[in-house]
Design a protein around this ligand. Structure first.
Ligand SMILES: Nc1ncnc2c1ncn2[C@@H]1O[C@H](COP(=O)(O)OP(=O)(O)OP(=O)(O)O)[C@@H](O)[C@H]1O
Length: 252
């Protein structure tokens, strides 16, 4: 593995009596693109929040770019982009005001990219002048993605970034992810329930189950391995195993 960008060791998190993360260990190397999968409530958002230092774990350690996440330097913070599942996006501001606000906070801000994405993703003059709270859910999600990509992050954490996007929006987003993000060597952790999207971009998948990373590996290898098991069980070629089959098998 390349230099580890994310290092989580012995991470635990509970809410009341519910144990969500249970002695979780996870390392993600530079340039890895990982789809994070798990059932509803498995703890994917909690894992992302803990790994970004937005939620304090009950136990364990989290390091990003070699730094303790509880005391990240400003320089390291500026290397991270995040699209949360619930994007609290300064609803009273217009998209232009919100982007200007964030532009002032980041030493590196790619105005050319922001303008190109706004145009390509359908932000016309009328939308750019509306308060964000009056944009549709999908429009707000597009804006959250643009904000997260604007400073060319080296680590991108995406928590169900396409859940509100229509198929055309998802296609545009995936194209940007492949051509504008992954090709630059960015490390990406991407949770989604839309498995076909994941098959188009994720080179690795990780399954979160019972509070731990239960299985992780290159998507093709995991599918091939699952097919081998199915063949052995059936005594004959069982045919292709889909990511959906694998998801159900691993997470049940
Ligand atoms: N602030 C909180 N207080 C209490 N329980 C919480 C809190 N946040 C999350 N939980 C619980 O922790 C568990 C994991 O939630 P989380 O949102 O991390 O799951 P998820 O895998 O992202 O789910 P989904 O796929 O539905 O988005 C759930 O049972 C949830 O109810």
């Amino acid at each position: 593995m390349n230099a580890p960008i994310i290092q989580m060791h012995g991470v635990a998190k509970h809410f009341g009596s519910a144990i969500v993360l249970n002695n979780l260990n996870w390392e993600v190397g530079q340039g890895q693109v990982i789809g994070l999968l798990g059932r509803n409530g498995a703890g994917k958002s909690t894992l992302m929040e803990c790994l970004l230092g937005l939620r304090e774990p009950d136990a364990g350690s989290v390091r990003l770019f070699g730094e303790d996440v509880a005391a990240l330097s400003d320089a390291t913070r500026a290397r991270i982009g995040y699209v949360p599942q619930k994007h609290g996006l300064f609803e009273w501001m217009t998209p232009v005001q919100m982007l200007d606000y964030f532009k002032a906070l980041y030493p590196r801000w790619n105005t050319v990219k922001v303008d190109a994405l706004l145009e390509r993703w359908g932000f016309d003059a009328l939308m750019l002048a509306k308060p964000i709270g009056r944009l549709s859910g999908g429009e707000q999600q597009r804006l959250a993605i643009i904000r997260a990509l604007a400073h060319d992050p080296e680590l991108l954490a995406l928590d169900e970034p396409v859940s509100a996007l229509d198929p055309a929006g998802r296609r545009l987003f995936l194209a940007e992810l492949v051509d504008g993000v992954i090709d630059r060597g960015t490390t990406v952790v991407f949770s989604t329930h839309i498995l076909t999207d994941l098959e188009r971009v994720a080179l690795d998948v990780a399954f979160l189950k019972d509070g731990r990373i239960a299985l992780q590996g290159p998507l093709d290898d995991l599918l091939e391995g699952a097919r081998g098991v199915a063949d052995a069980a059936g005594g004959r070629r069982a045919g292709p195993v889909s990511l959906e089959d694998l998801f159900i098998k691993v997470t049940q």
